[in-house]
Design a protein around this ligand. Structure first.
Ligand code: SF4
Length: 298
């Protein structure tokens, strides 16, 4: 069985307890306008191009004819409709000398992932860390993910997963039964706003969260709300989320995340438009909103 991932990141300290190795899965049911990993959204293997690393040798144009590479005034373009195979991806990495043009996405076995993850074993022992599955949406590849988590468990590796929560409940429950820690976003309370900014309503997500909380009362769950300017940065919305989260009980924690635009260059490399433009959220406004929800009566 193969899983499709686009990155394995070592030494993360923001994706669960301790020092984590994060496996990023490809494919997501949501299209959040602020997504910091836009390369995670589609399941197929894609091409990306970093202008700053391109030396203009045109090897891609001359030797990757199948991909339809061609330069326009504002950079390198290619045939977006092409279905890239693993062989195509290898050829791209071989042909482009600087990796300015690169394939995003590769198919891996459970053993290949764990071999990479176990390089960090000594850090897990010291910090209480382990593996975190992220994305994209790991639940879209639930059969592979369940096998990976089971095998990691057999090897005594702490297992966390970051999910949108948008899945058939039975799938979510099966995967959650293999977890030591769950991270999930509660992005918005308003169903209309959620659908407008992520492409999908949030009712299934919130229902799934309530059911998982009841089914696994001992599972530590960290819920996160990214505060996005012009989207959910208002007291009413954040207060409604906070009240819902507090009602869940159990080992549930909640934090607000400050908006950042670190993913914006990735949109350019994929020839996509970053919908939020230059929107900003000042430190002062974020702190004010955070204090507002912290001070809500219990
Ligand atoms: S092969 Fe790479 S470096 Fe050369 S022109 Fe193409 S993208 Fe640029």
């Amino acid at each position: 069985m193969l899983g499709r991932i686009f990155n394995i990141q070592h030494f993360s300290v923001h994706d669960g307890p301790g020092i984590r190795t994060v496996v990023f899965f490809k494919g997501c049911p949501l299209r959040c306008a602020w997504c910091a990993n836009p390369e995670s959204q589609v399941r197929k293997i894609q091409l990306g191009w970093n202008c700053g690393e391109c030396i203009g040798c045109k090897s891609c144009v001359n030797q990757l004819g199948k991909l339809g590479c061609h330069f326009k005034d504002d950079g390198l373009y290619w045939n977006q409709d092409i279905q890239l195979t693993a062989e195509d991806a290898k050829e791209v990495s071989y042909i482009c000398p600087t990796h300015a043009l690169h394939a995003i996405g590769r198919d891996v076995t459970v053993e290949e992932v764990l071999k990479e993850v176990e390089k960090d074993s000594s850090f897990y022992a010291e910090s209480g860390g382990g593996i975190t599955l992220s994305g994209g949406e790991p639940l879209l590849q639930h059969e592979f993910v369940t096998s990976l988590l089971r095998e990691a468990g057999r090897r005594h590796i702490n297992r966390a997963m970051e999910t949108t929560g948008l899945s058939r409940y039975e799938i979510f429950e099966e995967v959650a039964s293999e977890l030591d820690f769950l991270l999930m976003d509660v992005k918005m309370w308003s169903k209309t706003l959620h659908e407008k900014w992520t492409g999908m309503p949030n009712d299934v997500i919130l229902e799934n969260l309530e059911k998982i909380r009841r089914r696994f009362p001992e599972l530590p769950i960290l819920l996160r709300t990214p505060v996005i300017p012009g989207v959910n940065d208002d007291e009413k919305e954040l207060s409604a989320i906070t009240k819902f989260v507090r009602s869940l009980g159990g080992k549930t924690e909640h934090e607000l995340l400050q908006y950042h635009r670190l993913g914006k260059p990735k949109y350019e490399s994929l020839h996509r438009t970053y919908e939020l433009g230059n929107a900003m959220l000042s430190d002062e406004r974020f702190i004010r909103l955070r204090n507002c929800v912290r001070n809500l009566p219990q």
